[in-house]
Write a protein that binds this ligand. Structure first.
Ligand code: 13P
Length: 259
């Protein structure tokens, strides 16, 4: 946790979920209605097909709903894509950008991710910009070089603590059941914090830095207690309300310790 930074637990459903899964979102919306919602934010990012119905389920809940990608243009001939404005039109508040699966599957470069983030700001969405090294990059000790390059290339100059969240997702930790050591996460997050403070000053100090990659109820408390880890971007364990809420609830203990 960072001082004065409000944690965020965000779920990324990826290409999972049909209307049948909406019960899970309803249970999440109800599960985050307690007093912890004054201190911790919760967000779920279902596939775009469920976005509008999901936001309708959350109107009376602090659970926010976001999307998993947007196009860098406002509109036009881009078959299959959705714009940031369309997400906002469905009452989405956030958009995940530059996830490693998009960088790999769709060849998204830092430059494209930066343009998408700028499009998100235009639509008054918060961009969750993902960064993280591959296994080969980790093995060649280039993690911090990769993070520096991705942060510089993917985060627009207009980034603030309100419109931008950074998610550190080591590619090799995604869906693998393996996480970096607490020490390695600490080093990566401290490095990102110093890069962001150097570039954005006080805004960088308050930007949320999420950790993502095999976050589960069993390891969430340990991961969320690392300095400069201001929440999680959760994949598989966000598909079930029980697991998502168990991860969110680790802050009951962590916040009590800081009071
Ligand atoms: P898992 O939690 O399934 O490892 O996925 C992490 C992720 O990619 C979230 O964006």
């Amino acid at each position: 946790m960072s001082p004065d930074v409000r944690p965020l637990i965000a779920g990324n459903w990826k290409m999972n979920g049909t209307r049948q899964s909406l019960g899970e979102i309803k249970a999440m919306a109800e599960g985050v209605m307690g007093p912890l919602s004054d201190r911790v934010d919760a967000l779920i990012c279902p596939p775009a097909t469920l976005l509008y119905v999901a936001t309708a389920l959350c109107t009376d809940s602090p659970l926010m709903v976001g999307a998993q990608d947007c196009h860098r243009n406002v509109s036009g001939p881009h078959t299959g894509d959705i714009s940031a404005e369309m997400i906002a039109d469905c009452f989405g508040t956030h958009v995940i950008l530059g996830h490693s699966e998009r960088r790999t599957d769709h060849g998204e470069t830092d430059h494209i991710v930066r343009d998408k983030a700028a499009a998100a700001y235009q639509a008054e969405l918060t961009a969750i910009i993902c960064v993280g090294e591959t296994e080969d990059e980790r093995d060649s000790y280039s993690t911090l070089d990769v993070l520096r390059r991705q942060l510089r290339g993917s985060v627009p100059d207009g980034a603030t603590a309100d419109n931008t969240v950074i998610a550190y997702e080591p590619v090799w930790a995604i869906g693998s059941g393996v996480t970096p050591t607490a020490e390695d996460i600490d080093v990566a997050h401290s490095f990102m914090r110093s890069e962001l403070v150097r570039r954005f000053g006080d805004e960088g100090r308050h930007m949320r830095l999420l950790y993502g990659g095999s976050v589960k109820p069993a390891n969430a408390e340990k991961l969320m207690s690392i300095a400069n880890v201001d929440g999680a971007l959760v994949g598989g364990a966000s598909l079930k309300a029980d697991d998502f809420l168990a991860i969110y609830s680790v802050y009951e203990g962590l916040i009590a310790e800081t009071l």
